[in-house]
Design a protein around this ligand. Structure first.
Ligand SMILES: [Mg+2]
Length: 258
């Protein structure tokens, strides 16, 4: 963890809280399909969402259906695929156009070039492709080379996004910053003080966006340079911080919003 950054303050009743999932609320798993949200954390998130009149959401590289299967909080506001799709707190869902023929051509190339028997994973996310190498980090360079090939095949409408043991081919100009901005324009987020809590390089766009909006950016467990202005050590620290926030808001109930 970056020791130069202070711990975050406790969000007030006028906060809007937006979280990344993997590495932020829950630890990474070798197989991303095996990630689970603990029941206690689910209860905490629901409690915080109620205290904030619904202004709590998830912004992830995962698709929303995948997020729902893990988070299991009905009607939670969410942006998936780094902002390629989103759902506001009133349940309205929308997505950017998907260029499926290009994705399918890139997928064919990835399956031709990558040996998935060695632990590499090719994830078809509909509008993007994630190449995972968490189980074999020594294969980073060869996976990067495949990713550059996919970018060449896909053309200028796409870009590569580096993550934690993953490289993604995704539509250009769509990132967690644009996702955060879109959710902050929706009810009940609009007009609230935005917070974003994330761990990964893919979260830097959201840190920069939330800083521009005058909000608070919190990085989880990172040693790399970051735009975030506060830090927590790991997902357990995030859970304890939320617990302190609940106590603080419960004990200040009736005070004017902060
Ligand atoms: Mg993450």
């Amino acid at each position: 963890m970056d020791q130069r950054l202070p711990k975050p303050a406790l969000p007030g009743r006028n906060a809007a809280l937006l979280f990344d999932l993997d590495g932020t609320l829950v630890p990474f798993a070798d197989d991303p399909s095996r990630v689970a949200l603990p029941d206690e954390l689910r209860r905490i998130l629901v409690h915080v969402r109620d205290l904030l009149d619904g202004a709590l959401g998830i912004i992830s590289g995962r698709g929303i259906d995948d997020l729902d299967a893990i988070v299991q909080i009905p009607r939670i506001a969410a942006a998936g695929l780094h902002g390629g799709e989103w759902r506001t707190a009133d349940g309205q869902r929308a997505e950017l156009p998907i260029h499926r023929p290009i994705i399918e051509a890139a997928l064919r190339h990835a399956h031709h070039r990558m040996d998935t028997r060695s632990g590499l994973l090719i994830e078809d996310k509909g509008s993007s492709i994630a190449l995972h190498f968490r189980q074999c980090p020594d294969k980073r360079e060869s996976v990067e080379q495949v990713a550059f090939d996919l970018l060449r095949i896909s053309g200028s409408g796409f870009e590569l996004q580096q993550g934690n043991c993953v490289i993604e081919l995704k539509p250009a100009g769509v990132d967690k910053g644009t996702a955060l901005h879109r959710l902050m324009e929706s009810t009940p987020f609009q007009g609230r003080n935005p917070w974003f809590i994330g761990d990964d390089r893919t979260d830097e766009h959201a840190f920069e966006c939330v800083n521009r909006l005058g909000g608070s950016s919190v990085v989880v467990g990172s040693r790399r340079p970051t735009a975030a202005r506060a830090a927590l050590a790991n997902p357990n620290s995030v859970r304890r911080w939320l617990g302190r926030m609940i106590v603080n808001l419960d004990t200040t109930a009736g005070d004017s919003p902060a």
